[in-house]
Design a protein around this ligand. Structure first.
Ligand code: ADP
Length: 194
């Protein structure tokens, strides 16, 4: 299976690039942020719980997130591969993902990381707030909190995949198409070498 983790800070462009990658490689898109937002919209218990964390720029607890991710993945038993977008965001999530995929006799093929400076992230998220309607984009203090949480809890996940020789960084600044091309180049190189 072609299982890819698309990694990067809030506002790096993971959602935009995931949409293009799933189309090209026929993968299933699993975005934990999107799934939480769908639950908030549907006013489910999970949505209510997630909202209390998301609106404050905090991570939803690992156990809740991991369970949800696994049950979403299990809805697509015939997938050729998954793009994990916004997951794993902690070391515990990365470990759980490896264990989960091992039960399906598969694993992570590659972590692709969109590298974007913090100044650029703040600009992008402030712009996105005008159209996204997301409460967590609307407040500069919450934006900063998300960036801080990313640096403290999510950045270390990079080392987890580097230790497995699966990490590949890509410049996340440029046109959508040029970044997409750079991502495809890395995927194709990986496929060729495997
Ligand atoms: P962004 O990358 O712009 O922050 P996401 O849609 O990926 O947007 O995530 C929005 C929020 O959803 C996060 O700030 C967090 O509260 C919650 N969330 C998403 N994915 C996870 C995860 N893997 N673990 C914990 N919380 C998560």
């Amino acid at each position: 299976m072609l299982n890819i983790v698309l990694f990067g800070p809030p506002g790096a462009g993971k959602g935009t690039q995931s949409a293009k990658l799933i189309e090209k490689y026929h993968l299933v898109h699993l975005s934990t942020g999107d799934i939480f937002r769908a639950n908030i919209k549907g006013e489910t218990e999970l949505g209510k719980l997630a909202k209390s964390y998301m609106d404050n720029g905090q991570l939803v607890p690992d156990a809740v997130t991991i369970n949800m991710l696994q049950s979403e993945a299990d809805k697509h038993p015939d997938a050729k591969g998954y793009i994990f977008d916004g997951f794993p965001r902690t070391h515990a999530q990365a470990q759980a993902l490896d264990e989960f995929l091992a039960t399906k006799n598969t694993g992570i093929f590659m972590m692709l990381a969109l590298e974007v400076s913090e100044d650029e992230l703040r600009i992008r998220l402030t712009e996105r707030a005008k159209v996204s309607g997301r409460p967590d984009d609307a407040d500069p203090i919450i934006i900063q909190k998300r960036i801080d949480v990313y640096n403290a809890e999510t950045m270390p996940v990079k080392g987890y995949y580097q230790a497995q020789n699966k990490y590949q960084g890509v410049n996340g600044i440029g046109s959508i198409d040029s970044i997409f091309e750079a991502l495809c180049t890395e995927i194709n190189k990986g496929v060729f070498n495997s």
